[in-house]
Design a protein around this ligand. Structure first.
Ligand code: KG4
Ligand code: ZN
Length: 346
């Protein structure tokens, strides 16, 4: 019955979780609100907030789980990828605890943990499964052969899906992070009103930068055209009025295009690999339109589909804990000399 304490601090969420024998007993998340007024995460402020939050968050996670530090068998932490200052806070905390308690350390890759969030609750996918992982920094299609054997078969060549949502929101004058707001407005909009372009990219790779550019021109033209017009640019006032009058339809149309870009590639990967256990993961899998379209596609294709509960979609230590649990079972421990890394190979 291994007891794993897990720490996640890769970006702007400070989180701690306790996992007992593969069951998550607590998953505490402190959101950092300090970034809101800057329209994005400020790395220096994120590191400072992690320093303030980490001890209380770990204490609450232990209390909620009814555990004490003495009962912990191993400490798992997010080693990569992410903001280096943020990763260092969680990493140094985990190392210090490992040294003080004399318990092993488990280094976890944040993107692998997003995939394994699908193994937290029942029903769980059987192996092999395909996972579409969509977050603020990554968009990947992964073949998962076992909890510790995964291969990326497709990824974005420029922006991530979450960035496409957040940048759209910014162009529309919505606050950061805009993904959840675009989701909200899209609920009452017409997804077929504006036809944004779908890029032609080889294989299972994605691209979102063209979509971003067409939204920019579309708004500059106050909805008259999706392409750059040499002799026409709406005034700021015209642009503002156009957005105010059409916000739900714009959000629904952009969201619809992001979803079709994602699901066309996922469908191709599923057909080519013949795998029919298909999962979603990452912050963007909290998007209600994507969840619905993914489930409908799965029904049409006779897939077994899986989506983590909301609290395990966006960044959280529960997913680090479940990954740590499987690494514990395989004896995959890290040395104290392991370094946090902003970028990392699998
Ligand atoms: O996985 P995550 O929490 O952090 C990273 O590892 O990047 O993903 C954060 C991303 C942000 O871009 C955020 O806008 C997006 O997930 N997101 C959403 C929704 N909830 C979070 N995007 C669209 N609709 C949502 N409901
Ligand atoms: Zn993440």
């Amino acid at each position: 019955m291994p007891v794993i304490l897990a720490i996640e601090s890769s970006c702007d969420e400070t989180s701690a979780a306790v996992c007992v024998d593969g069951h998550i007993l607590s998953n505490e998340i402190a959101n950092q609100t300090v970034h809101e007024k800057y329209g994005g995460v400020v790395p220096e402020l994120a590191s400072r907030a992690h320093l303030q939050n980490i001890v209380p968050v770990v204490n609450v996670a232990l209390d909620t789980a009814g555990s004490t530090l003495k009962e912990i068998d191993a400490i798992a932490f997010t080693q990569a990828p992410g903001l280096i200052g943020s990763l260092l806070v969680g990493g140094q905390f985990a190392k210090s605890l490992s040294l003080a308690l004399g318990k092993p350390l488990i280094a976890v890759h944040h993107m692998q943990a997003h995939v394994l969030a699908n193994l937290i609750e029942n029903p769980k996918p059987s192996f092999p499964f395909l996972c579409l992982t969509v977050s603020g920094g990554h968009t990947q299609i992964v073949v998962c052969e076992s909890p510790t054997r995964m291969k990326i078969i497709g990824e974005t060549i420029d922006d991530a899906a979450g960035e496409a949502f957040d940048k759209t929101a910014k162009l529309l004058g919505l606050p950061y992070p805009g993904g959840p707001l675009v989701d909200q407005y899209a609920k009452s909009g017409n997804p077929d009103r504006y036809q944004f372009p779908e890029p032609k990219i080889d294989g299972y790779n994605f691209s979102f930068s063209g979509l971003k550019t067409s939204i920019l021109y579309f708004l500059q033209n106050a909805g008259h055209s999706l392409v750059y017009k040499e002799n026409f640019k709406a005034t700021d006032e015209e642009k503002k009025i156009f957005i105010e009058n059409n916000l739900p339809d714009i959000c629904a149309s952009v969201q619809n295009r992001i979803i079709t870009i994602l699901l066309h590639k996922l469908e191709k990967a599923a057909t080519d690999t013949g795998i029919n256990n298909i999962c979603l993961a990452g912050g963007v899998s909290a998007n209600s339109g994507l969840r619905q379209a993914f489930t409908e596609l799965g029904r049409r294709k006779n897939w077994h589909t899986f989506i983590p509960p909301f609290q395990y979609c966006t960044d959280n230590a529960g997913m680090i804990a479940i990954t740590g649990y499987y690494k514990f079972l395989e004896g995959q421990f890290a040395d104290l000399s392991i370094r946090s890394s902003a970028r990392a190979e699998w």
